[in-house]
Write a protein that binds this ligand. Structure first.
Ligand SMILES: NC(=O)C1=CN([C@@H]2O[C@H](COP(=O)(O)OP(=O)(O)OC[C@H]3O[C@@H](n4cnc5c(N)ncnc54)[C@H](OP(=O)(O)O)[C@@H]3O)[C@@H](O)[C@H]2O)C=CC1
Ligand SMILES: CC(=O)N[C@@H](CCC(=O)OP(=O)(O)O)C(=O)O
Length: 356
């Protein structure tokens, strides 16, 4: 077992990099080394992450192999398309370094999916950082944890993907929902879009409305969710996916529904979700009748899940809430990193959130 580790964070001026640093500051074995940025290299971290007082005086280095080399762990919190080249150069320098990619570059196993949704050359496929991902035939997740144990490469899932996968996969793995008839509609907080300025993200525009985006099957997380549900045992997946920006800083509330396989006893539904998550430290199926809210997950590495059967519609309805920056990114990454390093999976990860 590796104990203390040094860690560099690339993209430290951004939302995901900042959240990674917040969690690493609370992790008993992490020693924070280089913090890097792009246009903001040379400035103090405190200008970009004023909530991280312990690191306020750190100067952001440029994101280069030289600044990132020499650490046990490198976390890449860069725009998608940027991490592939950096990771390839790091592999030449320090073969044993554990590289954690918070971006999308190494998530998809099918290069054609990558090209279709991202339009650039595929960087490759790494072990996928969702420890709770069910594999076909499993009622509780063990195979994905085995994949992550001892790995030196982790592709962290997209935040929407985490929410929708956790909501739907118990029914898919149990074979009681039709994977070719899935619908997901999400309410998304603004931090999911990163810090870069876009007119529709201005407070004067966004504070007073809910606005859909990437409508009509174009969102880049669709192939990633389908990939996960195929791992869970679905031969074919058809998913209608619609995210909606709502005026909150953090959080995702994903409502995902699926047609119940005809003849399925509705009691089998609750039992599939219960058995999938009974032993999970971070994924909590709420008591019947209680519904997840994003507020109850803020700052915590938890996913709150509920499931119900709409008998008139013949559909299973799942609702999942996560904090996009914690379980949806940095927390999920740290959970997978703990497994990779042979540390207890839950080490340093917050179970309790902040409220109100
Ligand atoms: N926000 C979220 O909820 C989630 C984010 N992610 C992923 O994490 C990654 C980072 O996202 P997020 O933090 O939101 O984005 P931000 O825009 O907030 O931050 C981007 C970071 O990358 C740096 N950067 C920008 N351009 C380049 C470049 N060409 N080369 C190297 N570094 C660059 C920026 O530095 P500088 O400030 O100097 O420009 C900044 O540190 C993305 O891949 C995103 O998809 C994944 C799941 C959820
Ligand atoms: C509000 C918002 O725009 N959210 C982003 C989520 C980004 C994310 O999960 O990251 P990756 O780009 O790394 O997949 C979106 O839906 O595209």
């Amino acid at each position: 077992m590796r104990m203390s580790f040094t860690v560099a964070v690339a993209g430290a001026s951004g939302y995901a990099g900042g959240e990674m640093l917040r969690l690493l500051l609370q992790h008993p074995e992490a020693r924070i080394g280089a913090v890097t940025a792009h246009a903001n290299a040379g400035t103090h971290l405190g200008e970009h992450q004023p909530h991280l007082r312990g690191l306020a005086d750190r100067v952001l280095a440029p994101t280069t192999p030289d600044t990132l080399a020499g650490h046990d762990v490198v976390v890449l919190a860069l725009p998608h398309g940027a991490s592939g080249a950096v990771a390839a150069e790091l592999a030449q320098r320090d073969a044993g370094t554990v590289v954690v990619d918070l971006g999308a570059d190494h998530r998809l196993s099918d290069a054609a999916d990558w090209l279709a949704y991202y339009g650039s050359e595929h960087a490759g496929t790494w072990p996928y950082g969702l420890p709770e991902l069910l594999h076909a035939g499993e009622r509780t997740a063990a195979a994905q944890r085995a994949t992550l144990a001892g790995t030196t490469r982790i592709a962290v899932p997209g935040c929407n993907v985490t929410a929708v996968t956790l909501g739907l996969q118990p029914g898919v793995a149990a074979g009681i929902v039709e994977p070719t008839d899935l619908v997901a509609v999400l309410a998304n907080g603004y931090s999911g879009a990163g810090k870069s300025l876009k007119p529709h993200l201005l407070a004067s525009e966004g504070l007073g409305m809910a606005q859909p985006y990437a409508v009509g099957g174009s969102h880049r997380h669709i192939p990633e969710i389908a990939q996960n549900l195929r791992t869970a045992g679905a031969p074919d997946v058809t998913l209608s996916f619609t995210p909606t920006l709502v005026p909150m800083a953090r959080g995702i509330l994903a409502t995902a529904t699926a047609r119940l396989v005809p003849g399925t006893d509705p009691a089998a539904v609750r039992s599939a979700w219960e058995s999938a998550y009974a032993d999970e430290p971070f994924v909590h199926l709420l008591p019947e009748g209680q519904w997840p809210t994003t507020a109850a997950t803020l700052g915590a590495n938890t996913a709150l899940v509920q499931v119900a059967v709409d008998e008139r519609a013949g559909r299973v309805v799942t609702v999942t809430a996560i904090d996009n920056l914690v379980k949806g990114t940095a927390g999920g990454a740290l959970q997978s990193l703990n497994l990779a390093l042979g540390l207890p999976e839950t080490l340093g990860l917050p179970l309790d959130g902040v409220a109100p």
